[in-house]
Design a protein around this ligand. Structure first.
Ligand SMILES: [Ca+2]
Ligand SMILES: [Ca+2]
Ligand SMILES: [Ca+2]
Length: 174
């Protein structure tokens, strides 16, 4: 029996030794470095994903705002009657510009439809938040007599980049 007791003691000693060795080893420095690196890369990836998501959202928001505001204005203009629009070619560069009747502006100015500055466009309005500029030009008798063309141009700045889009519609006298 004493032999058995000694055997048990020896066994317990060995188990304790093994446990201690396991505790001591824990994580190696290399394992910690790799874990930190993986975590860092993971966090960086998530952060960059969030930044691009925020950027995407801000661009989408800009576009939606511009479209809503411009759509509202364009709708209003399209509801205007032929005679109301007729008088809007204030600077006259959209009226009687095609004496030879070939459908093209005789002096190459495209009936003033492309004018997108406050001093050259027939009409200019800034959005209430000052972010968007709307310009409108009217070409009378274009593309045909008794029909007028309207071009609405929206301009805005998207993080320093100039953006522009335009929409054309025609209005018939009858
Ligand atoms: Ca004009
Ligand atoms: Ca012409
Ligand atoms: Ca003009």
């Amino acid at each position: 029996m004493p032999e058995y007791g000694a055997l048990m003691r020896e066994r317990m000693k060995r188990v304790t030794k093994m446990r201690r060795r396991k505790d001591e080893s824990g994580y190696t420095l290399m394992e910690v470095i790799v874990a930190v690196a993986v975590l860092t890369f993971g966090l960086l990836a998530v952060a960059s994903m969030q930044v691009s998501a925020i950027r995407g959202n801000s661009f989408a928001w800009d576009k939606t705002e511009a479209t809503n505001w411009a759509g509202d204005r364009i709708e209003k203009l399209m509801r205007s009657g032929y005679n109301d629009l007729l008088s809007l070619d204030a600077d006259g560069d959209g009226t009687d510009q095609d004496a030879d009747g070939d459908g093209a502006d005789d002096d190459g100015g495209n009936f003033g439809l492309d004018d997108d500055a406050a001093d050259t466009a027939d009409f200019h309005e800034a959005s209430p938040d000052g972010v968007y500029d709307l310009y409108m030009n009217v070409a009378v008798g274009h593309p045909r007599a008794d029909i007028l063309s309207v071009r609405v141009i929206i301009r805005w700045n998207d993080r320093g980049e100039a953006k522009r889009f335009f929409l054309d519609f025609i209005k018939s006298a009858v």
